[in-house]
Design a protein around this ligand. Structure first.
Ligand SMILES: Cc1cc2nc3c(=O)[nH]c(=O)nc-3n(C[C@H](O)[C@H](O)[C@H](O)COP(=O)(O)O)c2cc1C
Ligand code: FES
Length: 381
């Protein structure tokens, strides 16, 4: 199936969403690295087997109406210490430290009879927290870039589209000029999340200002800082969000090719990104003439070999070019001469993950976040 226009994207999004809403229940087994290490794939297989045995499994494809039970692997919920986690929707139940032996009770009590299994829920003394969002760990969180992580099937483009995915790209191409997209990102005061904090909109405007036969967008997913898993969570849990942010950057700057540089120690992130790119290509959201708008943009995943220094922009570019990954002394900046000496946008994973939200909700909405002390009051141009 190809999506050939913006209108088709909106129509298909509604169809997918209706199909999901009609499912009687959905089981989200955490497929993040922490829970996988704790045995969540075995839990997934067992729940799936039991639902199948009862003839209750929903169809995998979302094109048809289906009242069965959907089961999927989500990304990390951020509560890895309590994993493997299983979330049940629409009840919002969250089961903690789930083992294969617990699956039968979950299926019989919750999925068949609709009752919670309280012994698997978060509790403090006598208080049992039925809804995930009520658990103190989650209650004070406002999830923006992590909105989908733990809540949608990380390996399904259909679900991403059902929840409004790729509509920011459609909005940008369909209603904004590249200059307006760069200005919106600047007005939002989006700073690079890779450590330097450089204004992303300013970087994009600079790339846009250079004319060239070729421009590139690079996503820095090297995440060398030990124990820093924010980029990993996003790449594993919501890969299409990163692709959409990069495609918007491509439209805004005139780039037609992109690379996601991921450390090879993140095999799940590499696999999910590759799968997501394939799905987006197949459906016409990457490649030539995206959504029938004339935008051409394609993406590749480049695996790093685990050198901390390859997270630095010029070393990362050298590594993609097949050279030794060493920082370079450059006469010109990456925005003018980056990959293969062509104008290049280089941003961190989390930076790209914010883009969709800014385009959909506007710069003012985005600037309203933050504490009093750290809130950015004026646009970064
Ligand atoms: C030694 C070194 C390591 C770095 N490692 C990373 C990294 O792992 N991930 C990252 O996004 N940026 C890293 N950076 C920053 C990048 O050079 C670059 O500024 C950043 O990817 C740009 O994206 P941003 O503007 O969205 O932050 C590193 C910088 C240095 C000097
Ligand atoms: S990996 Fe499952 S909660 Fe983090």
């Amino acid at each position: 199936m190809k999506i050939n226009s913006i209108k088709e994207l909106i129509d298909i999004s509604e169809r997918f969403k209706n199909s999901l809403d009609k499912q009687y229940k959905q089981v989200l087994v955490c497929g993040g690295t922490g829970c996988v290490a704790g045995g969540s794939l075995e839990v997934y297989a067992e729940i799936k087997r039991l639902i199948e045995e009862k003839g209750l499994l929903a169809k995998v494809e979302l094109y048809e109406e289906d009242k069965g039970i959907g089961i999927k692997k989500s990304g990390c919920h951020g509560f890895c210490e309590a994993g493997p986690l299983v979330r049940i929707e629409p009840d919002k139940f969250l089961y903690l430290k789930v083992k294969v032996e617990d699956c039968e009770e979950i299926v019989n009590s919750t999925l068949v009879e609709g009752k919670p299994v309280e012994r698997l829920m978060y509790n403090v003394g006598d208080k049992v927290y039925h809804e995930q969002e009520e658990i103190p760990f989650y209650k004070s969180q406002t999830r923006v870039v992590l909105e989908h992580c733990g809540h949608i099937d990380a390996e399904s483009i259909q679900e991403y589209i059902a929840y409004g995915g790729y509509q920011a790209l459609a909005k940008a191409i369909g209603t904004m000029t590249p200059e307006e997209v760069c200005k919106e990102i600047s007005d939002a005061s989006l700073r690079g999340r890779g450590g330097g904090g450089y204004p992303a909109g300013k970087k994009w405007s600079q790339v846009l200002s250079y004319s060239s036969d070729m421009k590139y967008v690079i996503c820095n997913g090297d995440e060398g800082d030990p124990g820093a898993f924010m980029d990993r969570s996003l790449m594993e849990g919501d890969p299409h969000n990163i692709i959409e942010g990069m495609a918007i950057a491509a439209y805004a700057t005139g780039a037609s090719e992109g690379y996601i540089y991921v450390r090879a120690e993140y095999p799940l992130a590499v696999a999910r990104l590759n799968k997501a790119i394939e799905q987006a290509r197949e459906i016409g959201l990457l490649g030539k003439n995206i959504l029938g708008t004339g935008l051409n943009f394609d993406l590749h995943v480049n695996q790093g070999a685990g050198a901390f220094v390859c997270g630095e922009g010029s070393a990362l570019i050298a590594s993609i070019e097949g050279e030794r990954g060493m920082p370079r002394v450059k006469a010109k900046r990456t925005v003018e001469e980056g990959l293969w000496r062509k104008p290049t946008v280089l941003n961190n994973v989390e930076t790209f993950a914010n883009v969709r939200h800014i385009i959909m909700n506007g710069a003012e909405w985005y600037r309203s976040f933050g504490t009093k002390g750290s809130q950015v009051q004026r646009p970064l141009h």
